[in-house]
Design a binder for this molecule. Structure first.
Ligand code: GDP
Ligand code: MG
Length: 369
């Protein structure tokens, strides 16, 4: 941050690098032209030349935050909650996601081919819920690592015949760390050895206490396999989400996160994006991670073409010039700006990777010495 090479300093101050090196030598510091010096040292040298040094307050133009305008409260409207299903392996996450999708989607279009894009939206009356696919999913690890917040509600699936297991606890920890409310779906209640009360008992140890025991955690008994309790679960998700007053501004350029991306032989880079704020439109120029793109085609979770995608909508887009990484942020810009920012971000990512490699190597040498 606050450092500058001798060469750069010389250029900016209109001096010869050799003059600066000589001055530093007289001050007792031996440097080379490409060496970095800190602000105070630079200021001291410059003052000897009668130049006043000024600290630069630089905005990192490669960060999307630099382009974020705060939304005025009156521009914010409710948006659908984004829900993640978590839980121990084999407790029924996939079956539950399928059950939700099939009860809601199949009812609307019998025999329709359900395309798999890693996220889907269901409608309950005039309300919607966005589900992100199972969090074994690479994007979640990446998003967690980058601290990106995508989930508004976590549905914790616990099999009633198995109870709290290691990944159940892990999921609770993740949700708590992210400050996301948990709804417990006690699954497999159709099984003869199901013991839902024991699940409740076990979860109290982790601070998840049912309402009937004086706590504030919602528990819903379900059978993902038999599709029982699904509507109740969806109602509870909407209820918990409503308390959070989730809002976004559809009337601004879109930004969001890359859920997954791949290279398709025929269509080129294909990315599943979750729009978190603003509205994404066909033809929009954007930066996803370090990639420039223009939204060529945009489809919903059922492969239907979309012209616009408001907040909380997962979409599949083509038109990117490369494959971004799951967990990358994306943002819409004017084309020229988008190209420049994508380039700057790519350079910065390369620099950071180089710096990391350098540090790794230094660590290795330190250990060898
Ligand atoms: P995941 O690893 O959490 O995604 O679990 P799966 O959805 O793959 O389910 C693991 C196994 O449990 C599968 O054999 C499912 O058929 C079964 N299963 C899931 N939900 C239920 C349920 O409600 N009742 C019963 N009896 N079996 C279930
Ligand atoms: Mg699964």
């Amino acid at each position: 941050g606050d450092r500058i090479t001798v060469a750069e300093l010389a250029e900016r101050a209109g001096l010869e690098a050799s003059e600066i090196i000589k001055k530093l030598f007289l001050l007792g510091t031996v440097v080379t032209i490409n060496q970095e010096i800190d602000f105070d040292t630079a200021a001291l040298v410059l003052s000897d030349f009668g130049i006043e040094a000024e600290r630069e307050t630089r905005v990192d133009v490669t960060e999307f935050e630099a382009y974020e305008d705060e939304d005025a409260p009156e521009d914010l409207v409710p948006r659908p909650p984004v829900v993640t299903v978590m839980g121990h392996v084999d407790h029924g996450k996939t079956t539950l996601l399928d059950a939700i999708r099939q009860t809601r989607v199949a009812a609307q279009e019998a025999g329709g081919i359900t395309q798999h894009i890693g996220a889907y939206q269901v409608e309950i009356g005039d309300r919607k819920i966005t589900f992100l696919d199972t969090p074994g999913h690479e994007a979640f690890t990446a998003m967690r690592a980058r601290g990106a917040k995508v989930t508004d509600v976590v549905v914790l699936v616990v099999a009633a015949d198995d109870g709290v297991m290691p990944q159940t606890v892990e999921a609770i920890d993740h949700a708590k760390a992210a400050g996301v409310p948990i709804i417990v779906a006690i699954n497999k209640i159709d099984k003869p050895d199901a013991r839902p009360e024991r699940v409740k008992q076990e979860l109290t140890e982790y601070g998840l206490i049912p309402e009937e025991w004086g706590g504030d955690t919602v528990f819903v008994p379900v059978s993902a396999l038999k599709r029982q309790g699904i509507d109740e679960l969806l109602e509870m998700i909407l209820l918990v989400a409503e308390l959070r007053e989730l809002k976004a501004n559809p009337n601004r350029r879109a930004r969001g996160v890359v859920l997954e991306a791949r290279l398709d032989r025929g269509r080129g880079p294909v990315a599943t994006l979750l729009v978190q704020n603003g509205t994404l439109r066909q033809g929009d120029a954007l930066v996803a991670g370090t990639m420039f793109g223009r939204v060529r085609t945009m489809t919903d979770d059922r492969g239907r073409p979309l012209k616009e995608a408001p907040p909380s909508t997962p979409v599949e887009v083509t038109g990117l010039e490369g494959v971004p990484e799951a967990g990358d942020a994306f943002m819409v810009f004017e084309e020229e700006e988008a190209r420049a920012i994508a380039k700057a971000r790519a350079e910065r990512r390369r620099e950071r990777e180089l710096a990391r490699t350098r540090i790794d190597l230094e660590n290795v040498f330190d250990r060898l010495q």
